[in-house]
Design a protein around this ligand. Sequence first.
Ligand code: SAH
Length: 430
Amino acid sequence: MKTNWKNQQQKNQKKQNNSNKQVRLEQEQGKRKKELDQSNVSQSSKSKKKTGCPYAKKCGGCQYQGLTYEEQLMKKQKWVNSLMKKHCTVHPIFGMENPYFYRNKVHAVLDRDRKNQVISGVYQEGTHRVVPIDRCLIEDQKADAIIATIKELIKSFKMKVYDEDTEYGFMRHILIKRGFATGEVMVVLVTASPVFPSKNNFVKALREKHPEITTVIQNINGRGTSMVLGDKEHVLYGKGYIEDVLCGCTFRISSKSFYQINPVQTEHLYEKAMELAGLSGKEKVIDAYCGIGTIGLIASKKAKEVIGVELNKDAVKDAIFNCKRNEIKNARFYCEDASKFMVNMAEKGQKADVVFMDPPRSGSTEVFIDSLAMMAPKKVVYISCYPETLERDVCYFKKKGYKVKGCYPFDLFPWTGHVECVVLLTKTRK
Ligand code: SAH
């Protein structure tokens, strides 16, 4: 699965040379087509065929149903261009060779239908009504098969499914995470109460059907909330986490930690981020909003020192574990709000050479950027999952003496309206 960025670029070059063979797009999309021909989209995924997802209308998860893959990429490119082109060059979006079954994390909510049969699926958008889904075109297929087995087991073990209206019942959600590189599989069974009748037999029966499952966790969520996971957990089988490999580092992922849901594209994204940082081994690097430490630990191999900061305590625990797991000696991780952390560092007169930042959809804060500017890094590599807040933050960076050098969109979420970008900012004045 590991692909080298340079190989990919060479492949892209070949595809560019063959671009005359590629599918002709509509006239009004001519300009976009040029950009797309330069991207890495294969002939197969450029096919005019649209997905035949039977749940498209009700599920709401894939906003770009009904569009071909190239139309989706063009829409995303257009969106990023409209926001970022006034600041810098926007490069062609990096699409997937095979834009299906890419999600390594699958969540299913449980319910019963009118015939009292156990169903699993997603909440209909804006409601708490469950849309039953048995097979999803973007989710890992193994995960969907495990969910189907769990539904059968609920029936044979005569278990009650939780009813949100009456707040009665036991089994609420199933969460599955899979390490695509390692094959490890985590199953989280979210229950309304702690007492799990026949839990050992349940796990045994599940593992008999799916020996690929490496850990099973019971998470207890008795609250009437839309949050899937509660605070308390019991490991029912295995080590309580899974591992995956990205860019040559091994990462522990626990049930509550954030981990990118499309690891194939994430490797390309991170490789680009490293290339833009251009580390030489002498730099002091900050990895802000670091999650389980992925970016910082990959960077640590080419930096003098890495400091990571993250708000989620489980993710920080994973980051510290991952540091040891990869025998990395030059990285430290802190659990704190990233803005507060930066203020603190700047007040102490600390400096940094390169800052990676990967905030959630809401973006970063002016306080964060003010303090970052005081620490005067020569380069900032900003990874964003929401172009609108990226653009807002980039405007503020410009006021603080940073130049926007280039924007690289990546399609991490085919069939949905989401797009990931990595942007390089460099310091212009002292
Ligand atoms: N860089 C990581 C995680 C990116 S997702 C990766 O690539 O995997 C964004 C992360 O920001 C999440 O882990 C989330 O918990 C964290 N986060 C959200 N708000 C934060 C804040 N105010 N301060 C620090 N971290 C925050």
